[in-house]
Design a protein around this ligand. Structure first.
Ligand code: TRP
Length: 335
């Protein structure tokens, strides 16, 4: 008999264009997971509302993110790739879980502190309860593992705390999710300040490589990448963070180790190295970009995928939601 696959859940917010940080750090690895896991990947558009959006751009960005997921290789026939906002169970469970989450817990979230500092004019309640919605996302699917970066670990911890608290009162309603530890993606840093994570919201356009940047732009940005006054291509995150970051990027595409990369560029300067990294990245992204452009035009195909996967997600999510509603004593609907 075929063994039941474990469930894996992740997603990205539907804001701004994605960078190679999102790709090499997450997306590229997600693509390899559907053989081993039953995968759910959401376009996390409800989370994006915690920051004010231009409605037209926002809708387009969500669509682009969906197309990019698919273009990068998340096959919507093998993975459930769907819109968070199309499955009302997320908002519904989130409300219930809000009533099992303490202000004190949410107050400790570093992302909330960072974001409130950054958006001081719009510290809304959604920003505060952001982690509770994320807990609902994960718990609705009886998720076993969640691949998340360091910056989301605290949110996964609170998800576990909320789930355990709920289960302690009502019995085994939620699976307690674990962080995915497997081959995790590289942590890609800014090209202009390699001590900072590459961020899609960075204001300096030279700091990030967008997944939609063309070859010339990619090569130009790598040429301008901040390195150091040394000339040797050597892996040393502390003293040579810029070069080490470029090596990480190069390594995550070519699969070469730092020793191999050091040997390859022995005696050559940073110019050659940066060009090689730029060309490698451009070559990796080219087929994805082609497919992305094609998919954006193939409205019918994408619409079909969205509809099918929204329904699939809703089916699983509603099972958990109904259970949670019943456990807390909400009255069942008469059908
Ligand atoms: N908060 C995550 C991020 O910004 C996105 C996200 C929302 C998510 N819900 C999730 C990630 C559930 C994993 C699981 O990166």
């Amino acid at each position: 008999m075929e063994e039941k696959k474990k469930i894996l859940y992740s997603g990205m917010q539907a804001t701004n264009a994605l960078t190679i940080g999102n790709y090499l750090g997450a997306l590229k690895n997600w693509v390899t997971l559907n053989e081993e896991y039953e995968c759910f990947f959401g376009v996390m558009d409800l989370h994006s509302l915690t920051v004010r959006q231009n409605p037209t751009e926002f809708r387009q960005n969500a669509r682009k993110l969906y197309a990019l997921y698919v273009a990068a290789g998340l096959d919507p026939k093998k993975n459930c790739v769907y819109y968070q906002s199309h499955v009302p169970a997320h908002a519904q469970l989130s409300w219930i879980l809000n009533c099992f989450t303490y202000m004190g817990e949410l107050n400790r979230m570093t992302q909330f502190k960072d974001k409130s500092a950054k958006h001081a004019d719009n510290i809304n309640a959604g920003l505060f309860t952001y982690p509770v919605l994320m807990a609902a996302d994960i718990l609705l699917y009886q998720t076993d593992v969640v691949p998340v970066g360091k910056d989301q670990m605290q949110h996964l911890e609170i998800t576990r705390d909320i789930a355990m608290r709920f289960n302690n009162i009502y019995g085994d309603v939620f699976k307690i999710p674990e962080a995915y530890i497997g081959k995790s993606g590289a942590r890609i840093m800014s090209l202009q300040d390699p001590t900072k994570k590459m961020s899609k919201s960075d204001e300096n356009v030279n700091a990030t490589i967008l997944l939609t940047d063309d070859t010339d732009t990619i090569i130009r940005k790598f040429k301008r990448a901040v390195t150091d006054s040394d000339t040797q291509v050597r892996y040393d995150v502390e003293n040579k963070p810029g070069v080490s970051n470029l090596m990480d990027i190069y390594s995550s595409i070519t699969g070469k180790s730092s020793d191999e990369i050091e040997a390859e560029f022995d005696g050559k300067g940073y110019g050659d190295f940066k060009l090689a990294v730029g060309e490698t990245v451009a070559k990796e992204l080219a087929p994805i970009q082609l497919e992305y452009e094609r998919l954006l035009k193939d409205k019918e195909y994408i619409n079909g995928c969205i509809k099918e996967n929204d329904e699939k997600a809703a089916y699983f999510a509603n099972k958990t939601l109904r259970k949670a509603m019943k456990k807390v004593g909400l009255t069942e609907m008469i059908r």
